[in-house]
Design a protein around this ligand. Structure first.
Ligand SMILES: [Zn+2]
Length: 162
């Protein structure tokens, strides 16, 4: 299940970022048409997440050749995430991916970021990670904790829209 990868349509960019925080590989299809979206998903084995009902009339999707999940419109960001988590029975993976690009994070020695991390952050945090793809530096600060709380909320039944 950890190998599920998502391709979100242009309306669901925020959802892609949150799926990355939950540990999933998620791309955001910006500025491409439905045909390209479907071809890319088929070629690379991605699961499409879309709020565009027209997309679901396509043969490759109706026949299940390309897997796609319709995300209802009018949901909040958290409801979208909760919907996808429930619909696909996704566990929240322990290790987030980079929310900016979806790259995998790698823990790096604390000493190595002494001159890169903000001084207060360096003093307050024990562990640091770097995105292997874009190089972004991350740490378990208040922002990370807030994200984890949102994810836990989304995985709990009260948040699930009916
Ligand atoms: Zn990154």
């Amino acid at each position: 299940m950890a190998e599920v990868r998502f391709l979100c349509d242009a309306m669901l960019g925020g959802l892609a970022r949150w799926l990355r925080a939950a540990g999933y590989d998620a791309a955001f299809a910006y500025g491409i048409d439905d045909g390209q979206l479907v071809r890319q998903a088929q070629q690379d084995g991605w699961v499409i997440l879309s709020s565009d009902s027209g997309l679901f009339d396509r043969n490759v999707i109706r026949t299940g050749l390309v897997r796609a999940v319709f995300v209802p419109r009018g949901l909040t960001m958290r409801q979208q995430l909760a919907f996808v988590i429930r619909r696909l029975g996704l566990p929240i993976l322990g290790m987030p991916r980079c929310m900016a690009c979806g790259g995998k994070l790698e823990e790096i020695p604390r000493e190595s970021v002494q001159h890169e991390a903000p001084p207060k952050t360096f003093a307050a945090c024990e562990r640091f990670w770097r995105c292997r793809h874009c190089g972004k530096l991350l740490w378990r600060g208040t922002h990370w904790q807030k994200i984890q709380r949102v994810l836990e909320d989304c995985a709990s039944p009260e948040q699930w829209p009916e």
